[in-house]
Design a protein around this ligand. Structure first.
Ligand SMILES: [Zn+2]
Length: 294
């Protein structure tokens, strides 16, 4: 009996460990994917001097802390991103293991972990490079669709009298992909016309397809507006702390306050917010849609 009582704690530690290791791998993908490098070979190297990094300095979460954010080989700074990605991936995996091993919801466990992994990666890679590699957006959309097919409960489809739960789950995911991408495409196209410059990247449109595949169409629609709000709050905070200055008249190339900022990280954060808890508050706002027959 006692060993069973200890099991939830065991799963939490296991989740933290696996999450931190996959977060470490995610750091490799974030660096190599936009540069079209293989994510498997070669083994970890210092991005500054290309020296091989021994495993002892490459421990997830702890490695960065032990080294105090400086590479041992050449003394250059290691981005805090390495630490943060491993920490947050580990924490979310630990939480998912705590929440979904008790009711043995394998679908939610897999979807939570994979969605968090993808979105944390998008936040990191788009912030650094202004790019969202297709491996995250298109690959993520396919994964979300397949998971929805096998685990229709991700979209609240538990039981259907005709036994077509899987088809309904896949349909909800497909609807999320199409409505999310379609709506953002049109907003981007109209904004592009209005401002006479590209307002949204193709990567953002594909990313929202991935969010829709996991969260359904309501989550995708929320992410557009939630992402815009998150982005505005962030810009306001930057402005408040004088990190950026309002655009000069000569600097018309730039979008916001004279600095081009990626939208992808805010879409990803809003998608995670919806998936990990805001859904309960957001979905009732869509209830008026039922009156129209949706
Ligand atoms: Zn180095």
């Amino acid at each position: 009996m006692e060993s069973l009582l200890l099991a939830p704690n065991l799963f939490v530690w296991l989740g933290l460990f696996v999450g931190a290791c996959l977060g470490s791998f995610l750091n490799v993908v974030v660096y190599r994917a936009p540069r079209d490098l293989s994510v498997i070979r070669p083994a970890s190297r210092c991005p500054h001097c290309s020296a091989r990094i021994p495993w002892s300095q490459n421990l997830p979460i702890l490695g960065w802390l032990f080294l105090k954010g400086r590479a041992k080989c050449c003394g250059n700074k290691i981005l805090p991103r390495y630490f943060l990605v491993e920490l947050f991936t580990g924490l979310i995996f630990a939480w998912a293991c705590y929440a979904f091993t008790q009711n043995q919801d394998l679908g939610m466990l897999l979807a939570s972990c994979s969605f968090a992994w993808l979105m944390i990666g998008v936040v990191a890679v788009d912030t650094e490079t202004m790019l969202i590699p297709d491996r995250f957006s298109l690959g993520g959309a396919c994964l979300g669709f397949v998971l929805s097919l096998y685990f229709p409960s991700l979209h609240g489809v538990i039981h259907h009298p005709m036994g077509i739960e899987k088809i309904l789950g896949a349909f909800q995911s497909l609807l999320g992909i199409l409505i999310g991408s379609g709506l953002l495409y049109w907003i981007g196209a109209l904004a592009g016309r209005a401002f006479r410059r590209e307002a949204l990247g193709e990567g953002d449109v594909k990313l929202l397809g991935c969010v829709g595949a996991f969260c359904g169409w309501k989550g995708a629609v929320f992410s557009i507006f939630g992402g815009a709000v998150f982005g505005c709050i962030f810009l306001f905070l930057l402005f408040l702390f004088q990190k950026i200055k309002p655009a000069q008249s000569s600097a018309q190339d730039n979008l916001a306050f004279g600095k081009e900022i990626p939208f992808g990280p805010y879409l990803a954060l809003a998608g995670m917010g919806y998936f990990f808890g805001l859904r309960e508050w957001i979905d009732p706002w869509f209830s008026w849609m039922h009156a129209l027959g949706f």
